[in-house]
Design a protein around this ligand. Structure first.
Ligand SMILES: Cc1cc2nc3c(=O)[nH]c(=O)nc-3n(C[C@H](O)[C@H](O)[C@H](O)COP(=O)(O)OP(=O)(O)OC[C@H]3O[C@@H](n4cnc5c(N)ncnc54)[C@H](O)[C@@H]3O)c2cc1C
Length: 436
């Protein structure tokens, strides 16, 4: 039997392998690291012995393909969806503005009403938000337009951009608004905020990220597939009608159908082909910080979008995970996306800046000693979602001669996200089953 081979066990490769295993194709999934999940992973922090992630990953109700995959893996119950979309925006001095979408209204009306409650914006600015919603529903921006150009064209003041749109763009596209593709941003608005049902609600994992995807190994194996962990694919060549794959440990495989779910850098190195012009030119980093505070002298929210600080999101891990709520020490997670400048700073300096920002914004942390902190710099977190990238991303699926491609960087219609990666894996697997 000709078994398909999948290179890369991130969420795209997992999704592809599960789809092929379900169809009885007995795939062989080859992953270089000793675990599945790729950029979605958790590990035990040595000093505290606590499981932390490589960075908090936010999911949304509109992640239908991902949520379906987690249900198939039996880990969907580790994800909780907000009862209604609610985001608190916290200024550097601790003052609050809250977007609270009433659960009794249908979407997208609930999101619009929620936005109307942002009191730091003038009535005129709040009404101006409707224009963006209507325009985004009606037409796609020009291919070359950036988000900042788009928002200016739609009369959005600099205050609305700073207080609402920019945090949303950076969080979803991991790209600064003045560089980000307006098209991709509108895709996100349509998918998450202008659709229906639970799509706009945020979803949180209560467990370390690796726990969500690790059962994939058993899922694939129980359907006759194989998952090879710690196996680095070091060479790939075309041999007649087949692909020849060599692993670093000397093993070789031949297959007529090869599906790569590798990041684009690894894909281009391994295939060593004349395939320039399809890869995004650069990555954008994401920095995550974990801070253990001795105790908290009062209430802390589950999470906050932060304004006027280098930190963009703060998460109260004890409250989100739920198992040690109220226990000391408190564990605060912070995320800084599109973090080029801050990435160059020393970790100790980053910790000092973030500690100071948190103490100013949250009175309950003001006199609490910081016990320890961990900085995680993911320098290649996602591709920079610029307008030019949108014109070159290749479609997930058939590429050439029995070769199929997947990964968050392919043309999924989404930024570099879990949902984009999962969708690409499913699309590539279905295309492989069709033979093209
Ligand atoms: C800190 C951080 C925060 C993020 N936050 C969010 C978020 O909030 N929401 C969201 O939706 N997304 C978020 N993302 C993006 C999301 O994690 C990625 O888009 C997604 O995980 C990409 O999956 P993938 O399978 O395409 O690629 P990868 O996860 O990169 O998988 C590729 C796999 O290929 C393997 N590989 C590479 N070379 C070889 C080789 N030669 N042989 C065998 N295997 C190989 C790698 O080890 C890896 O496991 C975040 C990413 C980071 C880093």
């Amino acid at each position: 039997m000709n078994r398909p081979i999948i290179l890369g066990g991130g969420v795209a490769g997992i999704a592809a392998a599960m789809e092929l295993a379900d169809a009885g194709c007995k795939p062989i999934l080859i992953e270089s690291r000793p675990y599945l999940g790729g950029r979605v992973r958790s590990f035990v922090h040595r000093e505290t012995n606590e499981e932390i992630d490589n960075g908090r990953h936010l999911l949304m109700g509109c992640y239908h393909t991902t949520l379906n995959l987690l249900d198939r893996l039996g880990t969907g119950h580790h994800i909780s969806l907000q009862p209604a979309l609610r985001v608190e925006f916290r200024d550097s001095d601790g003052s609050l503005d809250i977007l609270s979408a009433p659960s009794w209204l249908p979407s997208p009306l609930n999101v619009l009403v929620g936005m109307m409650g942002l009191r730091r914006l003038s009535l005129r600015e709040r009404l101006g938000l409707i224009r963006v919603g209507l325009q985004a529903k009606r037409e796609m921006p020009d291919k070359a337009e950036t988000v900042t150009e788009y928002l200016l064209r739609l009369g959005q003041s600099s205050r609305v951009q700073e207080r609402l749109w920019n945090p949303l763009v950076i969080a979803t596209l991991n790209t600064k608004p003045e560089e980000a593709s307006a098209r991709l941003f509108v895709e996100v608005l349509r998918l998450a905020f202008l659709s229906s049902g639970d799509d706009s609600k945020l979803a949180f994992s209560h467990v370390g990220l690796s726990q969500l995807f690790s059962p994939a190994r058993e899922y694939i194996a129980s359907r006759g597939g194989d998952v090879l962990l710690g196996c680095f694919a070091s060479h790939v060549s075309r041999n007649g009608e087949e692909w020849h794959v060599e692993l670093r440990d000397g093993r070789t495989f031949d297959t007529p159908t090869l599906l790569t779910a590798l990041p684009w850098g690894e894909f281009s190195t391994l295939f060593n082909k004349n395939i320039q012009g399809i890869f995004p030119p650069r990555h954008n980093p994401i920095i995550s910080l974990y801070l253990w505070f001795d105790s908290v002298g009062g209430e802390l929210p589950d999470f906050s979008a932060m304004l006027g600080t280098s930190v963009e999101w703060m998460f109260n891990r004890r409250k989100i995970v739920g198992d040690r709520e109220g226990e000391s020490p408190a564990l605060i997670e912070c995320v800084i996306s599109a973090a080029d400048d801050i990435c160059r700073m020393e970790n100790s300096r980053i910790i000092a800046v973030v500690e100071e920002e948190l103490r100013r914004a949250f009175p309950s942390l003001r006199s609490t000693p910081l016990l320890t902190a961990q900085v995680i710099k993911e320098k290649r977190a996602t591709f920079a979602a610029t307008p030019s990238v949108e014109t070159i991303r290749p479609r997930p699926g058939y590429y050439s001669d029995g070769l199929f491609i997947a990964g968050d960087w392919t043309a999924t219609g989404l930024p570099g996200t879990i949902e984009g990666a999962v969708r690409s894996g499913v699309a590539a697997a279905r295309s492989l089953q069709r033979g093209k």
